[in-house]
Design a protein around this ligand. Sequence first.
Ligand code: UDP
Length: 310
Amino acid sequence: MKKALVSGGAGFIGSHLCQALLEKKEVFCVDNLISGKKENIEHLLEKDNFVFLQEDVNSFSFEEKVDEVFHLASLASPVDYYSNPVETMLVGSVGTKNLLDLAVKNKAKFLFTSTSEIYGDPLEHPQKESYWGNVNPIGERSCYDESKRFSEALIKAYEKKFSFKGKIVRIFNTYGPKMKADDGRVVPNFIIQALKNKPLTVYGSGKQTRSFCFISDMVFGLQKTMDSSFFGPINLGSPQEYTILEFAEKVKELTGKNISFDFKPALKDDPKQRKPDISLAKKQLSWKPRVFLEEGLNLTIDYFKKTQKL
Ligand code: UDP
């Protein structure tokens, strides 16, 4: 059985990825639980081929031989990285270096989950992998954006210095069960507000756009990238673009609640438009999202109804 290490394995995407990998691999899940949650992996702990290590990837050392390293660890939601900016920068620099060294030592495959945030507030739309981005290096989001950009650059530096090639996936907005109820992102915020019959908090005009990829599609895309001979960078996400107001209407309709919108000031440096060009993923991986927004949102609404007792 191949051995895979997943950093950030107790987080939202990480825990779903661990579960999927367990079907064929032995999985070592590393997480310091700064934003990940033990509950996300509780049901996996009894499996013989699953090991949980509560460790910080920045200082972590590991003697076991592994075949694959998935580096997901980060504080990924704006609320989490606003309140932990230094930790965010370190996991995307020291943490990435530590895991790259581990992969080099083991001659393991390495996949880094970068982000659509590396395009910043994009001036090119939709965003292709060839776009360099429009990022404020000292702004509200810079701790996240620049740590991810640094990691991408470090992977390229390892390629030059050690002839070691790492894979780079740029993840666009992803949603589904196991998102944290209080992580401040638009999907849990709107669903929970709606279920509590409260107005939906729309930041700014609500004309900013996002597209939403369901978690099972994202996990499949990450596995496909690791199993392919392609290194990226590659965008994974949904090309179906919605304004935040359209998205709010969708949540209102699917929860069946007669609620209003509460307009709040726009967040600083909030990207005005975002949508991936996924031609490369279609060509190189034969991948595209399969789950329609309504279907994915209904599953996510059910999850929050159950876990939040709403
Ligand atoms: N947003 C909003 N209300 C909320 C939470 C978020 O209007 O309660 C907006 C936010 O300003 C952004 C978009 O929804 O334009 C997506 O925000 P999220 O934090 O989910 O992810 P981002 O793509 O910004 O990382």
